[in-house]
Design a binder for this molecule. Sequence first.
Ligand code: KG4
Ligand code: ZN
Length: 342
Amino acid sequence: MEEKEITILAIESSCDETAAAVVRNGRFVLSNIIASQIALHKQYGGVVPELASRKHIEKINQVIGEALEAASLSLKDMDAIAVTYGPGLVGALLVGVAEAKAIAYASGKPLIGVHHIEGHISANYIENPDLEPPFLCLVVSGGHTHLVKVNDYGSYEILGRTRDDAAGEAFDKVARAVGLGYPGGPRIEKLAREGDPGAIHFPRAKIADAPYDFSFSGVKSAVLNYINGCKMKGEAIVEADIAASFQYAVTQVLIDHAMMAVEEFGLDQFAIAGGVAANGTLREGMRRACEKKGIRFYHPSPILCTDNAAMIGTAAYYEYLAGTRHGLDLNAIPNLKLGERE
Ligand code: KG4
Ligand code: ZN
């Protein structure tokens, strides 16, 4: 007997992208539409939550319509409606959640709330048909830095997390300090190509009682102090060297933590996810480190690293198979914990 195909309409609006996708059987992306708000927030140097919510409201119907059209399907072809319900900006999340509930109610389809980080991790399944749990995953985005042991679909153990700034947040703040603007990550990466990563030694924080935890506020402050010191001494500031040295310090810490977990847990697969996973230096460094250890390394394409709805559709498929269904009382939970099912 042929197995039934499961087709899911997924919606993501937790931060500054309004996104919708149609995903079949978890790993086949039939459409993936992303309306980025970067141009809107750029002028303020970062995401303005109130503006993000308003823009989501303006765009969401159009984005969903485009996702269905690009997949050449209509709502009646969907088996479930999935939506990110946390973590994220509450007003932004609410737009997606309210929309998904309305569609689920009107169409009589099941509703599945998805954890945003579970989405990022699941992005790795899309282009890697051989990847299955268990594996280790480093999730590095603008809001999160988690080292996660993925025991099974939907079963996560957080080994370490940031104590202060997220890795992407540090990129964004350093970019602002060297006058690059928002979003910082890709701009730092571009400028770093012209700089010397060994020019300036920025600190790599270690947390004594929690070896897998991260701290990036120290390296960010060190960059700011370095810039102020140069200004006071009347020395020239070489932005490209700052970008390269900062990027090197951050990626070294991420790779060191990752490899420590590989040693301890003995898993033979490692994946990266989240916006910072689009960074070429991190990908290359991780690839080499994994190769040295003789383990397989996975990463999504850049477009699936930053926020998108395809990854939410993938995570939702495995939640669907596990029987997860949400009621129309589903609410946005800005600080939703990974592994918590509401
Ligand atoms: O996953 P994402 O789109 O949103 C969150 O869930 O936070 O990640 C956005 C973050 C931003 O901080 C951005 O600067 C960073 O990812 N980012 C990068 C790169 N592309 C995006 N950081 C370093 N290098 C990149 N190429
Ligand atoms: Zn994200």
